[in-house]
Design a protein around this ligand. Structure first.
Ligand SMILES: NC(=O)c1ccc[n+]([C@@H]2O[C@H](COP(=O)([O-])OP(=O)(O)OC[C@H]3O[C@@H](n4cnc5c(N)ncnc54)[C@H](OP(=O)(O)O)[C@@H]3O)[C@@H](O)[C@H]2O)c1
Length: 296
């Protein structure tokens, strides 16, 4: 299998590269601002110039393209909606079109922020979307742009992504920040009024490749099976770091002023991916256990 990872230096992208290599696939990638340290064939590619993606496909001749690149700065999207819509909304359609024209399978990654957060039960793939900020609007537009080009794409929505960056080896995302605070002895205010199903990047990468192997298409929610508040997530992290649980304090989303609105509840229902792959998604504790050395 020849796998082309778009955004190979991102948290998810680096994990997809690693997972592909571990399966013995032939892996190549694109990067944007920073070239990852992988010993694979890499091409610089800007999503904003998606019309040139056909050249990238011709150069690498992949069987499957996994698009892990996006404008992921939620507040940054609010400040520059035009760029957010170009990179997250228009570009995925351009990538899907190039793949369709070259008979290449296309896999795209989206977000739980397509939902408004008013529910209190996990969102299934068929739940109504209603993004509350530019990031979510632009990512939903990206899903729709892909759907306009092909009905054969695989689209995975993730939630609150964290994990070990497989080019740098660094723990990345919310747990890295909590671990840093625990080590410095500073108080750690964590929301008790937000609920997410955190997605570990390494687990998502394996799930995506499993779905590719099964030739699955359509929309999948890929996350852990635990719907937790950041405070509850922090408690498990403190346990694995082995100190500092007393530094955790209860906070509210209202305590922090941010440019973009976040959904208070964006837990994902993962039954579809579980039944398709014939296995359970991990709990939050099992996900942390899988990379426990990163918390030492
Ligand atoms: N992070 C989350 O909590 C979260 C939650 C739900 C869904 N998602 C989705 O999951 C996917 C992967 O996210 P992640 O957490 O791995 O994000 P990430 O670590 O921020 O990686 C984003 C990647 O996009 C690339 N990129 C940014 N602007 C680009 C441009 N103009 N042209 C080409 N590449 C560009 C970056 O490349 P450079 O760094 O080289 O510029 C980087 O490789 C995204 O689709 C995101 O929307 C993320």
């Amino acid at each position: 299998m020849q796998l082309l990872v778009v955004g190979a230096n991102g948290l998810l992208g680096s994990n997809v590269v690693r997972a592909g290599q571990q399966r013995g696939w032939s892996v190549c990638g694109t990067y944007h601002s920073t070239q990852p340290a992988f010993d694979i064939r890499l091409t610089q590619f800007d999503l904003g110039e998606y019309a040139s993606f056909d050249d990238v496909v011709s150069e690498h001749d992949p069987d499957v393209v996994v698009n892990c690149a996006a404008m992921t700065d939620v507040d940054g999207c609010e400040a520059d909606p035009e760029r957010a819509h170009l990179l997250n909304g228009d570009a995925p359609g351009g990538l899907a079109a190039a793949c369709t024209a070259n008979d290449v399978e296309f896999v795209h990654v989206s977000t739980d922020y397509v939902f408004d957060g008013r529910e209190r039960d996990p969102y299934s793939e068929s739940a109504e979307t209603n993004p509350r900020q530019v990031y979510g609007e632009s990512k939903l537009a990206g899903e729709q742009a892909v759907a306009e080009e092909t009905t054969d794409a695989l689209v995975a929505r993730l939630s609150f992504v964290w994990g070990v960056h497989r080019s740098t080896g660094d723990l990345t995302g919310f747990p890295a920040w909590v671990r840093g605070q625990l080590r410095s002895g500073d108080a750690i205010p964590l929301f008790t009024d937000q609920w997410v199903t955190p997605t570990r990047a390494g687990q998502a990468a394996e799930s995506l490749l499993d779905l590719i192997e099964q030739e699955a298409t359509g929309l999948f929610h890929v996350a852990c099976s635990s719907c937790v508040s950041p405070y509850e997530f922090g408690e498990v992290i403190a346990e694995y770091v082995g100190s500092g649980e007393e530094l955790l304090t209860e906070g509210s989303m209202e305590d922090i002023e941010r440019v973009a609105t976040r959904p208070t509840y964006s837990c994902l229902d993962i039954k579809h991916v579980e039944s398709t792959l014939g296995r359970s998604q991990p709990t939050i504790r099992e996900d942390i256990e899988a990379v426990r050395e990163a918390f030492r």
